[in-house]
Design a protein around this ligand. Sequence first.
Ligand SMILES: *Cc1c(COP(=O)(O)O)cnc(C)c1O
Length: 469
Amino acid sequence: MFKIDLKSVGKALESFYEQSVKGDTTVLRQERMCSIIHKLEFDKYLNNGGLYGKELEVFLPKYLEYNTRLHHPKYLGHQCAAPHYTAAIGTFINAFTNNVASIYEMGPASVSMEYYLINWMLQKIGWTAAPLCSEDRVNGFFGGGVLVNGGSLANLTALILARSKCAPEAWSEGNPSELCILLPSESHYSISRSVGIMGMGSQAIYSMDVDSKGAVIPDRLPGIYKQIKEDGKRPMALVANACSTPVGIYDPLDEIADFCEEHQLWLHIDGAHGASALLSEKFKHYLKGVNRADSLVWDAHKLLQTPSLCAALLLKDHRNLDGGLFVGENASYLFHEKEQPGFDFIHRMLETTKSGLGEKLFFVLAAIGEEGLTSFIDRQYKLTREAYDYIQQLSDFACPVRPQSNILCFEYLDTGLSQLEIRKRLIAKGDFYLTTTVFKDKRYLRLVFMSPETNMEVIKDLIDFIRKL
Ligand SMILES: *Cc1c(COP(=O)(O)O)cnc(C)c1O
């Protein structure tokens, strides 16, 4: 038997966090991998063991030195949360009990937590929460969902469900050749990849025109539909962004829903990043019409201060989820008749074993409350607008679009350097961490406001820094 001693871990993480928040270290430190493997003495530990107690106390600070600091005020990089520590505790607890949230008997508390959170999210969308007791689940119209390992996987699952609805014969006969799908030209790559994984080929994709902000133009949809019919194709779904990944713009969901309703088309909303705005009174108007969709993907590990990964796949009608994934005959140890005091998630997902993902979100939600998360989202969205107003009025900088979320793109005009080169120099020094994106055939610098510590001072510093490069 061993003792669970987390004192050294807590101490190391606390000092890592404090340094990050103060911003008196670099935000990232990239050394050559061969050098990191050498310096952290992986060989020694693997050969001799002993990485616990005193030795762990020595190792952890060295290891953390090479960790990218998401809590740092100058972290403006990818769309990953700077997690609240309470959420990390939830993750640790589940990691140790290793309760699996796939079937009830492998983790009654974990499954209950996930089921409860799915209902919380369903209600935020305006859908009907699922009954808690199994005897009440026999009939009735209500929503359903599942937490999976990432928005990409959730998108794939949603599209498979849409195909099951439109062409259930695909499971036995393969895809009907006339099957097609409507995607925004600005959709996340996981969507077109999913179409590829599903064996439909890129020829099945009808790309929807977007406006100068990159949002789908609803008036163009009837024209595309006419073309689809002329081509003898059958659309299985339409995907809309809430919001888009490169620039964070929301598609006009309500108008798109009108079109989908008229043609009885499955509407899937990729809200991996931006669905969290549903918690905000100020910004949820961007998601108007979301309740008219058939499926929605919502990542908690982006804007809900939750560690990776915790992505919700949510359906207005649970039956489209419960009956949508084919289960073969070779898993008799999992799928059989049984007295069911709880709920099994396993038939709702592509994974089999899955850790308790509810723990990642529940512990932060329960610690700081919905209000805590709401004010975080409001703060980040507002700060992004403020940064835009500031950068936009500088004569040597320009922004392609006014931000709607916490994503801001801009370019430095007064330079011989490419925007890529500017980023390269910034992150090489580790002073700032930001990304770039191509939007309308042009590359921009891209800020994603994830850290609760970022403020306008940081943005002004960044601008000065870029000018001096
Ligand atoms: C981030 C993102 C994804 C991918 O989600 P992961 O959780 O990183 O797999 C998909 N769609 C959109 C719109 C995103 O912003």
